[in-house]
Design a protein. Structure first.
Length: 255
C-alpha cells in the first residue's frame, strides 16, 4: 500500500503539471527592455542622416525612433524630410501592409552649416502586427538652388511574435509532461503486473472491480474488509493512471 500511495502522489503531481501546461495562452503586452540600434546612416551632398530605433519590441508596445540630420554645406534649403513606418498585419491567413506612423520631420527650412537637428518620437504597435517592420524616408532639398531628392526604404525594429513563442514554450512543457507521465504509466504497468499478475487494461480493472464488489458483499462473513479496501485503493490509482495515459496520447498524435 505504501508503494501504491507513492504512485498516487506521483500521478497527482503530474496531473497538476498537465493542468498548468494547458492554461490558455494570454497575450503579452509588456515592453521589452529597450535597446536602440542604428538602422540607417547615409551621407548625401550637403546633408547626413542617421536613424536609430528600438531593436526589438512586442505587439501592444512602442517603437522609439531617434533621427539626426546634420547640415554639411552652406546654402542648404530643406523642402521636406518625411519618415514613414509600416508593418504587416496578420489577419487569418493573409498579410496586409499597415502604415504605423507617417511623420513630417522637417519642411521649408534653411539649415545651418555644421548644425545637427534631432527628432525623437514613438510609434505604437497594434496587437496583430509582428515580424520585421520597415521605414521609408523621403528627402527633398536644394543646395544654392540646385535641387536634390532621395527616397530610401530600410528595415527597422523586429516585433516578436510572442503568441507563437508562448505556444512553442507550452507545447514543449506539454511534451515533456507527456513523456514523464508515459514513464510513470510504464512503472504502474509493472507494479500492476507484480501485484495482480495481469496487464493494466480496462478489462482487468473491471474484473478487479467485480472482485471488490464481491468481497465487499461478503466481507462480514469472510473477514476480508482490509483486502477489499486495498483492492479499491489500488484499482482507483490505476484507473486514474489509465485515464491520464489515454488523455496524454491525444496531444502526441496531434503533433
Amino acid at each position: 500500500m505504501v508503494k501504491v500511495m507513492r504512485k498516487l502522489r506521483t500521478v497527482t503531481s503530474i496531473l497538476v503539471m498537465l493542468i498548468l501546461a494547458l492554461t490558455l495562452v494570454k497575450s503579452i503586452t509588456a515592453q521589452t527592455p529597450e535597446e536602440m540600434k542604428t538602422f540607417f546612416s547615409s551621407e548625401y551632398a550637403g546633408i547626413s542622416i542617421q536613424v536609430n530605433a528600438t531593436q526589438e519590441t512586442v505587439p501592444g508596445a512602442n517603437i522609439t525612433i531617434n533621427l539626426w540630420i546634420n547640415c554639411t554645406a552652406v546654402g542648404v534649403y530643406l523642402d521636406y524630410l518625411n519618415l514613414s513606418v509600416y508593418g504587416y498585419s496578420h489577419l487569418e491567413y493573409e498579410l496586409e501592409k499597415v502604415t504605423l506612423n507617417a511623420k513630417c520631420i522637417m519642411q521649408k527650412t534653411s539649415l545651418i552649416f555644421n548644425h545637427t537637428s534631432e527628432c525623437n518620437y514613438t510609434v505604437p504597435i497594434p496587437n496583430n502586427v509582428w515580424d520585421l517592420t520597415h521605414a521609408e524616408l523621403r528627402l527633398k532639398y536644394t543646395i544654392k538652388g540646385d535641387p536634390l531628392e532621395h527616397n530610401e526604404s530600410f528595415p527597422i525594429t523586429t516585433v516578436r511574435n510572442v503568441l507563437w513563442e508562448e505556444l512553442e514554450e507550452r507545447y514543449q512543457k506539454l511534451n515533456n509532461t507527456y513523456w514523464q507521465l508515459n514513464s510513470t504509466v510504464e512503472q504502474l504497468n509493472q507494479t500492476f503486473w507484480q501485484i495482480f499478475q495481469m496487464n493494466l487494461t480496462a478489462e482487468s480493472l473491471a474484473s478487479l472491480n467485480e472482485t471488490y464488489l464481491g468481497l465487499k458483499g461478503s466481507s462480514n462473513e469472510l473477514g476480508n474488509t482490509r483486502m477489499a479496501v486495498g483492492i479499491l485503493a489500488i484499482t482507483t490509482v490505476f484507473f486514474v493512471a489509465t485515464t491520464l495515459y489515454v488523455v496524454m496520447r491525444k496531444p502526441k498524435e496531434g503533433w
